[in-house]
Design a protein around this ligand. Structure first.
Ligand code: NDP
Length: 315
């Protein structure tokens, strides 16, 4: 194995620098595998767009999402992880060592690949949604619900995530209003039943969020009834957009086994994917838990799996 940049074959190449990718890096680096992390389009991942993180064990006073990711990075670097800014634009998993294109020009080669590219919350695309993100607009009830005690909370969406978020938010909000663009939910029957049973949840049917109102923080919502065109404004302390997540796995479409929503399928109790030597962790393969701590947990699994796979191959 040569060390010149073009010929170098990485033992462990990690895509993504959220909790999953950086935890994989910490473990791989401590196993002397000198991992290379490609940080991706959003270095630090989804936590960099949240404010306080209060549910990560070991931080009893909480800390800011971006600060937490800086700590992860520092810890990974301490053991020799190399981090590189940039985005992988092409991946060829049909050959081994795997070959990937970084930023359309550099070629990376690797014996094992850990995919920790995460997911992105789907957004509505409103300017006001973007402007007030982290100031009353949120994509994660588990992360931010606690900040909106006794407020009127709006949840946008009609799927399982929206029902789960709405039910969770009943613990904090004075009221929880679910705004859905049709008059029928997409959520599973059991989740629907639970939401319908809650006295705190009301449903606003056939409606979409037209604008989030507020300058410094959310003060209200403007809704549009899609059947009548009627616009209404209502006071609100928070808006949770729960219209689904999109796993960042497009790069591997047609190469790795995925479920019908694009999440990478991993073999039970492991991070193994459908291709030997390729491991997946974090939100790219998890549509259920989606927490920093679970992402970190699966990142650890991926590094251990990669290490053992390399050991079995090289003896
Ligand atoms: P889904 O794709 O299932 O639902 C998204 C919802 O958002 C739909 O009701 C959709 O409306 C609505 N929506 C999408 N785009 C827009 C838009 N631009 N404007 C307004 N509304 C919009 O995503 P989920 O995240 O809810 O679920 C993803 C997967 O994860 C599902 O398979 C789900 O079952 C699973 N899951 C399971 C859970 C559980 O079992 N506890 C918890 C969370 C998720 P429409 O219905 O009109 O298309």
């Amino acid at each position: 194995m040569s060390d010149s940049p073009q010929d170098r074959v990485e033992k462990v190449l990690i895509l993504g620098s959220g909790p999953a990718g950086l935890t994989a890096a910490i473990y791989a680096a401590r196993a002397n595998l000198e991992p290379l992390v490609i940080e991706g389009l959003q270095p630090g991942g989804q936590l960099t767009i949240t404010t306080d993180v209060e549910n990560y064990p070991g931080f009893p006073d909480g800390l800011m999402g971006p600060e937490m990711m800086e700590l992860f990075k520092k810890q990974a670097s301490r053991f020799g992880t190399r981090l590189k800014l940039g985005e992988v634009t092409k991946a060829d998993l049909g050959r081994w060592p795997f070959e990937l294109q970084l930023g359309g020009k550099d070629t990376l080669r690797a014996e094992t690949l850990i995919i920790a590219t995460g997911a992105s919350a789907r957004q509505l695309g409103l300017d006001s949604e973007k402007r007030l993100l982290g100031r009353g607009v949120s994509m994660c009830a588990t992360c931010d619900g606690f900040f909106f005690r006794d407020q009127d909370i709006f949840v946008i969406g009609g799927g399982d995530t929206a029902m789960e978020e709405a039910l969770f938010l009943t613990r904090f909000g004075r009221s929880v209003s679910v705004v859905h663009r049709r008059d029928e939910l997409r959520a599973s029957k059991v989740m629907q039943d639970r939401a319908f049973k809650s006295e705190k949840i009301r449903f606003i049917w056939d409606s979409v969020l037209e604008e989030v109102l507020g300058e410094e923080k959310v003060t209200g919502v403007r809704l549009k009834n899609v059947k009548t065109g009627e616009l209404t404004e209502q006071a609100a302390g928070a808006v949770f957009v729960a219209i689904g997540h999109v796993p960042n796995t497009k790069l591997f479409e047609g190469q790795l086994e995925m479920n019908d929503t694009g999440y990478i399928v991993t073999k039970p109790d492991s991070s193994y994917t459908s291709i030997e030597g390729v491991f997946a962790c974090g939100d790219a393969q998890d549509w259920v838990y989606r927490q920093a701590v679970t992402a970190a947990g699966t990142g650890c699994m991926a590094a251990i799996d990669a290490e053992r796979w390399l050991e079995a191959r090289h003896g």
